[in-house]
Design a protein around this ligand. Structure first.
Ligand code: MG
Length: 252
């Protein structure tokens, strides 16, 4: 009996050694302590791209000049025709939060009602649209990867009400020769509801056929550039009145 107990003890010890080999030291690494979202405020390790005060984190897509969009009462609103914005800072993998609101004054229909969008790396559009009782092609409504994936459900609020996106984006990976090793992936929560579940992005939203290119021309930037590294985010001026607030992200 005593021998059996000893053998069993050895077995357990060997098991824990084997587990350590597979799982590593269970006490390391210690996750960094941060403050999460409290009362809607960004986490303590977030990069804030708009906090209601200024557009310092953004510039005009082509000229690099200060944006002409409007800020009133802490809210950023597209000034139609003044142009799309890009972030000054460039990113790869991110967790992003953005709150947006199509105009309460309903003008137009389909793609011409409350259209904007946030482009990951200026290449992959997550569509914003007034999708409240506004039929259009399904992979062009709010919560879609434009022209690629419709949302799992339509979680849109009525026009004039705030909505939010929480995005997890994994950038594509290229090898040294510029060949695609791994495509981009997007997970999206629209108003707290999962609408895109780790979808494999088929390529850049524009041109007509999605594609991955190590050297490419991001949407509206008007320049050909290395597209394998960090790139700016892009916020679309589609000619309709859409407002924004509380824009932040965390690099992953
Ligand atoms: Mg759009």
């Amino acid at each position: 009996m005593e021998k059996l107990v000893i053998l069993f003890s050895i077995f357990l010890t060997q098991l824990s050694v084997a587990q350590m080999a597979i799982l590593g030291d269970p006490m390391e690494p210690v996750p960094t302590k941060i403050t999460g979202v409290v009362d809607g405020k960004p986490p303590s390790d977030a990069i804030v791209l708009f906090d209601g005060k200024n557009m310092d984190a953004w510039e005009h897509v082509r000229t690099g000049k200060a944006p002409q969009w409007l800020i009133e009462d802490g809210i950023l609103t597209v000034k139609n025709g003044t142009g799309t914005l890009v972030s000054k800072q460039h990113f790869r993998d991110i967790q992003m939060h953005i709150e947006w609101r199509p105009s309460g004054e309903v003008i137009g229909e389909g793609q011409s009602r409350g259209n904007s969008g946030i482009f990951m790396q200026s290449l992959f559009e997550i569509q914003m649209l007034d999708s409240w009782e506004n039929p259009t092609y399904v992979n062009g409504q709010a919560g879609s990867v434009y022209h690629q994936y419709p949302p799992l459900v339509n979680a849109a609020n009525p026009p004039g009400e705030w909505q939010n996106y929480d995005i997890i984006f994994s950038a594509p990976i290229y090898d040294r020769d510029g060949n695609l090793e791994r495509p981009a992936f997007i997970t999206l929560l629209h108003n707290g509801v999962l609408v895109l579940n780790h979808v494999e992005v088929l390529g850049s939203t524009f041109p007509r056929v999605p594609e991955y290119k190590a050297t490419c021309e991001p949407y509206e930037l008007g320049v050909t550039m290395d597209c394998t590294g960090k790139l700016p985010l892009l916020l679309q001026d589609h000619g309709q009145v859409v407002s924004f607030r509380n824009i932040w992200l965390r690099e992953l």
